[in-house]
Design a binder for this molecule. Structure first.
Ligand SMILES: NC(=O)c1ccc[n+]([C@@H]2O[C@H](COP(=O)([O-])OP(=O)(O)OC[C@H]3O[C@@H](n4cnc5c(N)ncnc54)[C@H](O)[C@@H]3O)[C@@H](O)[C@H]2O)c1
Ligand SMILES: [Zn+2]
Length: 351
């Protein structure tokens, strides 16, 4: 087992271990002796696969267990889906010593975390990630959100979990496409901070080494979150490849999923940054690894189309945009670019 401790406004552990679901009750009980009721929040797919295992373990640890199951998918990450959850918790008279457990991917974690942040002005919640993306990215760091009609993640708060239980044996039931989406974030992390991880991924099958790869990713995420909990500085480096990715997702009407959009964004930022004299030439290595993980790297949109969309993005402030630039594999920096230069910058990569 690996234990990684995060120290921000809250201090919490991330446990990474095979078959940890069966011991989830024990681990939670050891840290929360006073909690009586637990609301497990999960989607219908994950409930069918792992709901019983977790609820049984929680029951054995003496918790009164309730479950809120919602239809899987991003469409569910809304206020409308969250309201019955908090209403139910109030009916059950859950208190501030009780807990929410988010069992699932990023959609579940984001919505359950937001509910935990607002119910009684904030109760504790535990993340049990079951997608690779949530294991290496969304379950840690305390960003919670729901989507609004105008865009994704537009309503939310920072609310850190109190514990993260990552049982990576659950990742073997993930559809290939969902695994690839998580790999886009893994490759992003390696480019950001870990050249050895990058080389390891070039030579090995990630699925066979999850017990090593996931903790390495969590250490990278931790470094950014601990340096900048509220995302005003260093944490913005985690947006590597994401500036263009958000535009690609929107332009495709979300037909291109997040993982492929990030892969397109990573390939483009490497190529454009090198062409602009801002970085070494790492494009071929990055594209090779993205493709090896089943990701798409060709951008179907022009720089003019993409920049039009990304200038409306929430991460823009004033006349400049903060871009995460990969200087070399394992080292990145933030670069303020004038928005007037963006189209030309991306044109060298995507045309
Ligand atoms: N809070 C953050 O810091 C943060 C960071 C990145 C992304 N996000 C958010 O995360 C969401 C994406 O997360 P995601 O990709 O995990 O999506 P998701 O939660 O929708 O999960 C993807 C699909 O996989 C299924 N699934 C989950 N675990 C499974 C398993 N073990 N076996 C089989 N199927 C399984 C789910 O039912 C779902 O259909 C987005 O809403 C995004 O905005 C949040
Ligand atoms: Zn991402």
């Amino acid at each position: 087992m690996s234990t990684i401790t995060i120290e921000v406004s809250k201090k919490y552990d991330i446990l990474v271990e095979e078959n940890l679901l069966r011991r989830s009750g024990e681990e939670i009980r050891a840290r929360f002796p006073k909690a009586e009721q637990i609301m497990v929040v999960t989607d219908d797919t994950v409930d069918g696969l792992y709901g019983e295992r977790v609820c049984e373990s929680l029951g054995r640890a003496g918790f009164v267990v309730h479950k809120y199951v919602f239809p899987h998918g991003e469409m569910s990450k809304t206020f409308a889906m969250m309201v019955p959850l908090v209403e139910r918790m109030a009916e059950l008279a859950m208190t501030r010593s009780d807990l929410i457990v988010a069992l699932g991917g990023g959609v579940t974690g984001d919505m359950a975390g937001f509910a935990a942040a607002i119910y009684l002005r904030g109760i504790d919640f535990v993340q049990i990630p079951t997608t690779l993306l949530s294991a290496v990215d969304s379950s840690v760091g305390g960003k919670t959100a729901v989507d609004l009609t105008a865009g994704k993640n537009l309503a939310g708060v920072f609310h850190q979990p109190v514990l993260v239980l990552c049982d990576y044996s659950t990742l073997h039931s993930l559809p290939e496409e969902e695994f690839s989406t998580g790999m886009a974030e893994v490759i992003k992390h390696a480019v950001l901070m870990d050249p050895e991880l990058f080389t390891f991924l070039e030579a090995n099958d990630a699925k066979a080494h999850l017990g090593e790869i996931i903790p390495k990713n969590l250490i990278i995420k931790r470094a950014h979150v601990m340096a900048d909990e509220f995302d005003t500085g260093k944490r913005q480096l985690l947006n590597l490849g994401h500036t263009l990715a958000h535009a690609v997702e929107k332009l495709s009407d979300y037909e291109i999923n997040h993982g492929n959009a990030v892969a397109i964004g990573l390939a483009a930022i490497c190529k454009a940054a090198h062409a602009d004299g801002l970085a070494e030439d790492i494009t071929d290595r990055v594209i090779f690894l993205l493709k090896k993980c089943g990701l798409q790297t060709e951008c179907p949109f022009t720089a003019a189309e993409a920049v039009g969309v990304l200038l409306n993005d929430k991460k823009r402030s004033g006349q400049t945009i903060n871009l995460a630039i990969p200087k070399r594999i394992g080292e990145c920096y933030l670069y303020k670019m004038n928005v007037d230069r963006l189209e030309e910058f991306y044109r060298s990569a995507i045309g």
